[in-house]
Design a protein around this ligand. Structure first.
Ligand code: ADP
Length: 433
């Protein structure tokens, strides 16, 4: 039997016993009076406790649970326990909510929570940046009124899986954001935004690259196919003519071969998974080799000299040979006959510096920042005439990047240029002894 009933039974028995004793001693009237008095006292005590409970229930947060004895005391203790459990549960929910909103805030993607009618409930800071929203200001507003984009209202309404919309927020300096809409819970929606500016840019670069390569290959192919057509129409050509035509075809075919070779080199270099095969070697030997190559290309039209110090370099000899030889070949090709070219290898502030200085045509200032872009040329005609592919400096830049080295370019139009590869100190060593 629950203790409340036991206690009531006990008190009723006490009242009856009191009444019986008083009745036995002082007569029936006294007995009934004592029993009624005890019952009255019980009623008053209960009513007082009930009043205290009522008072406390009005503002349970502000007051301590009232004290009482007997059954009411037990009730108050149980209430106290219940309240403590409820406070703990609420604190846990609040802390879970806090962790959840911190996690949503830390997300690298933008998150916008919508209610069943597509009003904004909450959004994180990334969504504010991506979509031009303001969490506090825009909460409760219809998202389709805030993001102005053709088809956006239908997109949010259908919230189809796998569908996304590209958004270029106004005044965001070319930022491109991809938005996805996901349904969750009961008619709730979540908008997720990703910054895809870099991906879009890479896609543009890829498209330009394909267009450039096609264009570069198209010219020599047109020349060759024109001559072949001509030869087919004139099966017995003049011997002199045909020699001249074959020479042109040979030159165009070489041009394509050079281009394909450079493209393959670039694609190998861009494969970051393949680190350069490193060794420590005497740079002087490499410089003598590339200067000899330069002299062959120049065929006596330039004076090519070397100034070197006995400092070793740690890196891929094969890749650096390709980079240095590109710089020397450019110096020869962009320096008029009779000019000077100096290859220099030395130390500057502990760093290793290889430079190629020429007295050539030079480069106007405005072209400097773009020289290492693929297919960028100051003078397209001159580059082509001298057998250039427009990829040389791009290859040089990649090779130097793989060696944590920088490319410095200094030039005065009409007076000459100096291209310097600057290697970090940890890559250079003075030979022992
Ligand atoms: P290219 O095959 O056209 O030489 P590069 O990538 O090697 O391609 O060079 C890009 C452009 O930089 C060249 O077309 C040329 O205009 C300019 N350039 C490179 N080296 C020199 C130099 N030593 N002197 C003058 N211009 C240069």
């Amino acid at each position: 039997m629950p203790s409340a009933w036991l206690s009531l039974l006990f008190r009723l028995l006490a009242a009856a016993l009191g009444g019986l004793v008083a009745g036995g001693l002082f007569g029936a009237v006294a007995g009934v009076s004592v029993a009624c008095g005890v019952l009255l006292l019980m009623l008053v005590a209960h009513t007082a406790s009930l009043a205290r409970l009522q008072r406390w229930l009005r503002t349970p947060e502000q007051r301590d649970i009232p004290d009482a004895w007997g059954t009411w005391g037990n009730v108050f203790v149980e209430l106290h326990r219940l309240l403590r459990r409820e406070r703990k549960a609420r604190a846990r929910i609040e802390s879970d909510l806090e962790v959840f909103s911190q996690a949503a805030e830390a997300s690298p993607d933008g998150l916008v929570f919508l209610d069943a009618a597509d009003h904004i409930v909450w959004c994180n800071r990334v969504a504010e940046q991506h979509l031009g929203l303001r969490g506090e200001r825009d909460a409760g507003l219809l998202v389709t009124n805030l993001i102005r984009l053709p088809g956006f209202a239908e997109f949010v309404a259908s919230a189809s899986e796998g569908e996304s919309l590209m958004y270029r927020p106004p005044d965001s300096k070319g930022r491109v954001v991809s938005i996805e809409a996901i349904r969750f819970g009961k008619d709730r929606k979540l908008l997720i935004s990703f910054d895809v500016t870099q991906i879009e840019r890479a896609e543009t670069v890829r498209r330009d690259f394909v267009a450039n390569v096609s264009h570069e290959l198209r010219t020599p192919l047109t020349v060759i196919s024109g001559f072949i057509e001509h030869m087919l129409e004139n099966p017995v050509p003049d011997a002199g003519d045909s020699k001249r035509q074959l020479a042109i075809m040979d030159e165009q075919a070489r041009r394509m071969l050079n281009l394909v070779d450079d493209l393959l080199t670039l694609s190998r270099l861009e494969d970051e998974a393949q680190a350069p095969r490193e060794e420590e070697f005497d740079v002087r030997d490499l410089i003598y080799d590339v200067s000899a190559e330069g002299r062959r290309l120049s065929a006596g039209r330039h004076s090519i000299t070397c100034e070197v110090v006995p400092v070793f370099l740690k890196g891929s000899r094969e890749e650096l040979r390709s980079a240095f030889s590109n710089l020397v070949s450019n110096a020869v090709r962009y320096t008029p006959d009779g000019g000077r070219i100096l290859l220099h290898w030395g130390m500057r502030d502990g760093k290793g510096v290889f430079s190629v200085e020429d007295s050539g045509i030079g480069i106007p200032e405005e072209h400097m920042p773009r020289l290492t872009e693929r297919f960028y040329r100051v003078d397209r005609g001159r580059s082509r005439e001298s057998g250039g592919t427009g990829l040389g400096l791009s290859i040089v830049k990649h090779i130097l990047l793989r060696h944590q080295a920088g490319l410095e370019i200094a030039s005065i139009p009409g007076a000459g240029s100096t291209f310097s590869a600057v290697f970090p100190a940890w890559r250079v060593t003075l030979p022992q002894g």
